[in-house]
Ligand binder design. Structure first.
Ligand SMILES: Cc1cc2nc3c(=O)[nH]c(=O)nc-3n(C[C@H](O)[C@H](O)[C@H](O)COP(=O)(O)OP(=O)(O)OC[C@H]3O[C@@H](n4cnc5c(N)ncnc54)[C@H](O)[C@@H]3O)c2cc1C
Ligand code: FES
Length: 318
């Protein structure tokens, strides 16, 4: 399998939303319409910088009906390998980028009786398109949005203006915090909860839902976090009879790409399953949320976007 074809786009608008978040509008370079998408979708943005390349997923924040341009909102992550900093400091009107077609791993559930959306920080982005869809559906919903303070709560003014009564803000510097157990209590049967934000927030909401007896099928989350650096190792590609050195600061997926391969991917975050690869020998340090505990324990499959070899060497069926 090969990575799916990308779409050439150009940056058509850039504006600062908060001190650390910029909005970028991306228009197709060839002028044709972009593929349709639904709320919760993301695209993977490829940024070429000299010899280096960054490929980062970003949620689409514009109204799902708009096929003339896509909009993303990017948090500047200071201590990173540079993808978000590139979009903040070097992407201007006209900058050429490549994007994948949109993929939705965080869709709204049409049959839900009510939708409870819980956002933390930049985790607000997938909900912007969700809200547009919910309004059009005439659905019952509420949004709970935690941020450091009002200045850093991206799009908060707009959300409060568009949906007064349905949007509640929780600025942590004013001591306001989302209490997941209280939030989930007394919701009507058939409610679905969706959470996107820092890991501890996702875990708290998922744990509160479980403790309150919510069916797992009614609890949805999306994690933005990229894995941290790991130990270097060698990936032996059994079928193509070659070896690839995976440095500590790159993922196995990135090392394979740098070696000229085009492994498939959709999320680059261990959630979608597209990059699943068979392991012939060696143990895996799993970092994904896709494989079952049983498969993980067998060390026969690896998700190269987030997982690494536990030892110095791993043999892959590639
Ligand atoms: C589905 C999804 C949607 C997202 N939507 C948004 C959004 O709307 N707005 C937003 O600001 N951010 C979003 N993110 C996060 C975004 O993709 C980047 O992770 C973030 O911008 C930081 O990028 P960076 O290049 O600055 O930092 P880095 O963290 O240095 O790089 C991030 C990229 O490098 C990879 N990576 C880094 N180190 C390693 C390593 N040691 N091993 C393996 N892989 C490594 C990650 O997989 C990731 O692709 C989203 C993430 C996901 C998964
Ligand atoms: S690309 Fe989605 S799990 Fe690896």
């Amino acid at each position: 399998m090969m990575a799916s074809a990308t779409i050439p786009v150009r940056v058509a608008e850039v504006d600062r939303i908060t001190p650390l978040v910029k909005r970028l509008a991306l228009q197709p370079s060839d002028g044709v319409s972009l593929p349709a998408f639904s709320g919760g979708s993301h695209v993977v943005v490829t940024m070429q910088r000299g010899e280096g390349v960054h490929r980062n997923p970003y949620s689409l924040i514009g109204p799902p009906g708009d096929r003339s341009r896509y909009q993303i909102a990017v948090l500047r992550v200071e201590r990173s390998r540079g993808g978000s900093v590139f979009l903040h400091d070097h992407a201007g009107i006209g900058t050429a980028l490549q994007i994948t077609p949109p993929v939705n791993l965080f869709p709204l559930i049409g049959q839900a009786r009510k939708h409870v959306l819980v956002a933390g920080g930049i985790g607000i982005t997938p909900f912007l398109a969700h809200l547009d869809e919910l309004r059009r559906m005439g659905a019952r919903y509420e949004l709970h949005y935690a941020a450091r303070d009002l200045e850093h709560a991206a799009f908060a003014d707009r959300l409060l203006a568009e949906d007064p009564g349905r949007v509640r803000l929780y600025p942590s510097r004013q001591g306001r915090r989302i209490e997941p157990a209280a939030l989930l209590a007394h919701q009507p049967l058939g409610t679905h909860v969706y959470v996107c934000g820092p890991g501890p927030m996702i875990e708290a909401v998922v744990a509160a839902a479980r403790a309150a007896g919510w069916p797992p099928s009614h609890v949805h989350w999306e994690r933005f976090a990229a894995p941290g650096p790991g130990r270097p190792f060698t990936a032996v590609l059994a079928r193509s009879r070659r070896s690839v050195l995976v440095r500590g600061d790159v993922s196995l997926l990135e090392a394979l790409e740098a070696d000229g391969l085009q492994p498939p991917y959709l999320c680059r975050g261990g959630a979608c399953g597209a990059c699943e690869t068979a392991v012939l020998a060696g143990e895996v340090e799993h970092g994904d949320h896709y494989l079952s505990d049983e498969v993980k324990a067998a060390h026969t499959r690896i998700m190269p976007c987030v997982s690494r070899a536990r030892g110095d060497r791993i043999v892959l069926d590639i």
